[in-house]
Design a protein. Structure first.
Length: 371
């Protein structure tokens, strides 16, 4: 459901998650029970909200857990509702999933592997398995958070979420990626692409590229907390989480889309040479402004002695800068499906409140296997 790495995120000061990782499990449950499109939408809103609340109110990643760990709460919560399970059954499903399917943050550490793009599917598989066991009466450790040796103990904090007053805001508070790259690099990529368009210069004239970014951008993609693989950018998994590669290819191609992650493009001499000229630095002021804003500044020094700079406070796709995702959809499916099927899928999504889930999945099933 998500391996292209182009899906939604929720941003918190020191944590993040891919809220769209919930979609596969929720869609599966909705199709399984023959739910309406409206119920599917409610399930997605519930899952997005549950996961984002755990990201906002807990510190999973800073304590060494991956952001797929919260799927153990969000997927059973939403899928269980669609399956019309009792509150008690859903609670046991969550308890079993949360206590048995935790994943670790080293999934995001360098050198990155293909598991980066597959770990959420494993977490969802475990969560759905636990949920169906609970549906058959199997019980789990309900004190998985606050009990002895529970999640509170592992996180060294009390996880307190006022569920009675939470609303279904997970979707509208999520961020949509504009570029096919790690979420915290989006502003810097926009900065580079805008700079090249507005201040024309050639890659061969570049002496250095300096990127001033938030601490979390540096940690994930610039050589910080999760390490550096600057000398080993040879795969998609490495490239889409490497700010040096992303800025280099953005300068050269004026785009960061799936085509920029084909093996031939990643390993071409021009981008490999240019990424070595990129320096990434965390900026304290930018870090303080995050996640309300995601500032970035790019400075390019040229052989003729001139210095070009450009800044961005965010990017289209943030909650404060919503954008129409239709163009993104069209670009991603352009060489995969014909115009008729594309239009049918878009119409189904736009009509989801009045159609059945199986009408949507029936159209998705017509998409040919790329392999």
């Amino acid at each position: 459901m998500r391996y292209v790495d182009f899906m939604d995120n929720f941003l918190a000061p020191t944590e993040t998650c891919h809220t769209a990782d919930n979609f596969g499990g929720v869609l599966t449950a909705a199709e399984y029970v023959g739910a309406s499109g409206r119920d599917l939408m409610l399930g997605v809103a519930l899952a997005y909200t549950v996961q984002s609340r755990f990201v906002d109110h807990a510190n999973f990643m800073t304590r060494g857990f991956d952001h797929t760990a919260q799927l153990a709460f969000s997927v059973p919560a939403a899928a269980g509702r669609l399956l019309e399970m009792s509150e008690d059954q859903i609670a046991h499903g969550i308890a079993m999933a949360a206590s048995s399917d935790a994943s670790f943050a080293n999934i995001r550490a360098k050198p990155l592997s293909q598991w980066k793009g597959l770990a959420s599917a494993q977490s969802t598989l475990g969560a759905m398995n636990a949920l169906f066991l609970a549906r058959r009466g199997v019980q789990g450790p309900l004190a998985v958070i606050e009990g002895p040796d529970g999640i509170d103990n592992l996180l060294h904090m009390r996880v307190e979420i006022d569920w009675e007053h939470e609303r279904y805001e997970g979707v509208v508070s999520s961020t949509i990626k504009k570029y096919n790259a790690q979420i915290h690099t989006q502003s810097a990529i926009l900065c580079m692409i805008e700079m090249v368009r507005q201040q024309a210069f050639q890659a061969d004239d570049v002496i250095s590229i300096e990127a001033d970014v938030t601490q979390i951008t540096f940690d994930f993609t610039g050589g910080g907390l999760y390490g550096s693989d600057r000398e080993k950018i040879t795969t998609k998994e490495q490239a889409d989480h490497s700010l040096p590669y992303l800025l280099a290819v953005a300068l050269l191609d004026g785009a960061v889309m799936p085509a920029q992650f084909l093996p031939d493009r990643i390993n071409r001499a021009d981008v490999q040479r240019l990424l070595g000229k990129v320096v990434v630095r965390p900026d304290n002021q930018y870090t303080r402004e995050y996640p309300t804003h995601m500032p970035a500044k790019i400075t390019v020094r040229l052989k003729d002695g001139t210095v070009r700079t450009h800044t961005a406070q965010g990017f289209p796709g943030m909650p404060s800068q919503p954008f129409d995702a239709v163009d993104k959809f069209d670009a991603l499916v352009d060489d995969r499906i014909d115009n008729l099927l594309s239009d049918e899928i878009k119409h189904a999504v736009q009509s989801l409140e009045i159609i059945q889930t199986r009408e949507l999945t029936g159209l998705l099933a017509k998409v040919p296997d790329p392999g």
